[in-house]
Design a protein around this ligand. Structure first.
Ligand code: HEC
Length: 595
């Protein structure tokens, strides 16, 4: 007995202290000598790095293949030996770090990269790595808890063998898709609500992970190691934020800029309003601004005084909440905008705007709701527009699809409860409109529809329907070519009263051949047959979970951040309570039979 204990602790002691010098000699010195050929860091060059960088290079970074077969302890010993510095305590103690080396970062044809999966924002995964028949067999594979965060804030992306996700606390994580362990984490300094999009701005250069934060910074970090590359503030207005994921295309990044000014504006002292939505094009490699185009052509000017004497300004508004959409044929970028904040009417609020990819010049704007002048806290606030609009923002990205006979359609869904079919080849002319929900402040379609080759699948929130109308939460399918309704499946009756029991389906959806996934504000995660709208699978996420990183975690509302599907995995965050829903802090990963 005593002997066994002794033996165990001796083994443990040995396992904790691998010989860094010997490992280096055997594995690294051959290349990293005192003098090396170009592109290989010298021995003394490596000594100047931080031990964290060395671990990151070995654990899934550029040196992953040289580190094959090494344990996490080997890597730490190597890092300490190479740099002559101790690792900072946090690196070793943060729970949930991967303890076995992960394979080098790669991309695959079936990734869910960024917000809408592809540059046309289809939210349609054609190669999901599981079939419609597999969906009823989905079981939980792992749960990741956001430490210290009260919210599951961001939609994850799945690229190659890794999951990327932001968090309310401002930490961006790269997780091993198989197990959910942490490969790297990066502190953005402000909440990251956008999806992460991976791009390769320079041929043969590193893959770069891009995302935006709620202080309107755009960040670029090395996708395999999390090493910071650059960080750029895209808008100086104090209410500005980036909520939609940047879109990466052809080496450039198109960043949508939105704001919370319509919330700040309700305070009587606030001089409402000056923010203008915009799209900022950045060089993906350097972060240098190429162009910035405002969605409101003229800057705000001083107008009248409010009842309580505050100076009022305008025009303002037309925030861009969602990811830009790329038209590679016409070399245009499409964005959908939110409401106007003041009485100065603008022709570009609640609109789809087309911008030239190279210059940012506006090619056309197609407004679907005029004079939607709105701030929060009306009619009480002295800053309210004389006539208050319906708050019918576009929170969704336009989806660009071919619909046969050489025709194309931009399908975009609005908080009014209306799905719109616009012709991108006739300056956004409205071809059809179909009402699928009652609409309202937290009504209609909030964050995203998805589309396969024939239909759009549109989830409806109606959490707070327009005054005098009845809430109609649920999900509908409409034909892309005509807008004809194919089916509608209402949400089940709420099990209890109050916002936390709301059955609103405001989260964006995710589509695979034969199945569409949609989450609800009461935490139900469901799969529907795309042919009939029948529910084929359901999972209650609003419960506690054991997490791979040992964080106490529970699910809650599925809301602004929705599901994604890639490489045989279905992921959803759960716990977004910004609008009176249920708090929570998990990211859930499902696979067929939990394998
Ligand atoms: C076959 C040659 C070779 C071997 C063996 C090798 N390296 Fe490297 N190493 C390279 C090259 C080449 C680069 C530069 C890669 C690049 O950035 O393009 C590099 C870069 C690095 C970097 C810098 C990474 C960064 O992100 O800046 C570190 C740290 C490193 N190696 C550590 C090690 C350690 C520790 C070992 C032993 C386990 C090792 N290398 C074994 C060739 C090698």
């Amino acid at each position: 007995m005593r002997y066994t204990i002794l033996l165990c602790s001796a083994t443990a002691l040995l396992a904790q202290t691998p010989d860094g010098a010997a490992l280096f000699k055997a594995r690294c010195a051959g290349c990293h000598a005192e003098t090396t050929t170009a592109r290989i860091p010298t021995r003394s060059d490596l000594a100047g790095r931080t031990p964290e960088t060395v671990v990151a290079a070995l654990n899934g970074g550029v040196m992953a293949s040289q580190a094959q077969g090494l344990t996490a302890a080997d890597m730490r010993a190597l890092a300490v030996f190479v740099t002559g510095k101790e690792l900072s305590a946090t690196t070793e103690t943060v729970a949930g770090q991967c303890t076995t080396p992960v394979a080098a970062f790669t991309t695959t044809a079936g990734d869910w990269n960024g917000s809408g999966l592809d540059a046309v924002n289809s939210r349609y995964q054609a190669k999901p790595g599981l079939s419609a028949a597999d969906v009823p067999k989905l079981k939980l594979k792992w749960a990741f808890g956001f430490p210290g965060d009260k919210a599951a804030f961001a939609q994850p992306s799945i690229v190659g063998n890794r999951v990327f996700t932001g968090s309310a606390g401002g930490t961006v994580y790269s997780l091993d898709a198989k197990t959910g362990c942490i490969i790297w984490s990066y502190k953005a300094g402000a909440g990251v609500r956008t999806s992460v999009v991976i791009g390769r701005p320079k041929a043969n250069g590193p893959y770069v992970a891009y995302f935006g934060d709620i202080r309107a910074f755009t960040h670029a970090v090395d996708a395999s190691t999390g090493a910071p590359l650059w960080k750029v503030k895209v808008e100086d207005h104090p209410g500005a934020r980036v909520t939609g994921a940047p879109t990466f295309f052809d080496g450039k990044l198109y960043v949508p800029v939105s704001s919370i000014e319509e919330g700040l504006a309700q305070s009587p002292q606030y001089e409402c309003c000056k923010f203008r939505g915009s799209v900022v094009a950045l060089d993906g490699d350097s972060g240098k601004q190429i162009w910035k185009t405002y969605t409101v052509s003229d800057p705000a000017i001083a107008r009248k005084k409010s009842k309580t004497g505050s100076q009022l300004w305008g025009p303002a508004g037309a925030a861009v909440w969602s990811s830009p959409t790329i038209d590679a044929t016409k070399k245009l970028v499409y964005v959908a905008t939110g409401d106007s904040y003041t009485d100065s009417d603008i022709p570009t609020s609640d609109a789809v705007i087309a911008m030239d990819m190279a210059t940012g010049k506006i090619a056309w704007a197609s407004q679907v709701t005029e004079k939607d002048n709105f701030i929060m806290g009306c009619p009480k606030s002295p800053n309210c527009p004389d006539e208050e609009g319906p708050d019918a923002d576009f929170g969704t990205s336009p989806i660009l699809r071919s619909v046969g006979n050489g025709k194309r359609m931009l399908v975009v869904a609005q908080k009014s409860g209306i799905v719109w079919g616009l012709d991108p080849d006739q300056k956004g002319k409205v071809i059809w409109q179909t009402k699928v929900g009652s609409g309202g402040m937290l009504g209609g379609i909030e964050w995203g529809h998805g589309a396969d080759e024939s239909n759009a699948y549109v989830a409806v929130s109606d959490r707070i329907p327009a005054p005098g109308t009845e809430a109609k939460p649920g999900i509908s399918a409409v034909k892309l070519a005509t807008g004809e309704k194919v089916w509608s499946t209402p949400a089940p009756k709420a099990a209890c009263e109050g916002m936390a029991c709301s059955t609103a389906q405001s989260a964006p959806v995710a589509v695979i051949p034969g199945v569409v996934f949609s989450g609800s504000a009461d935490g139900k995660f469901r799969a529907y047959a795309t042919g009939t709208g029948a529910v084929v699978w359901e999972f209650n996420t609003a419960v506690p979970f054991d997490t791979v990183n040992k964080v106490q975690a529970t699910g809650g509302s599925i809301d602004a951040a929705g599901p994604v599907i890639a490489n045989g995995m279905v992921l959803t965050p759960s716990g977004y309570a910004q609008w009176g829903g249920k708090n929570g802090n998990v990211l859930l990963a499902f696979t067929v039979d939990g394998r």
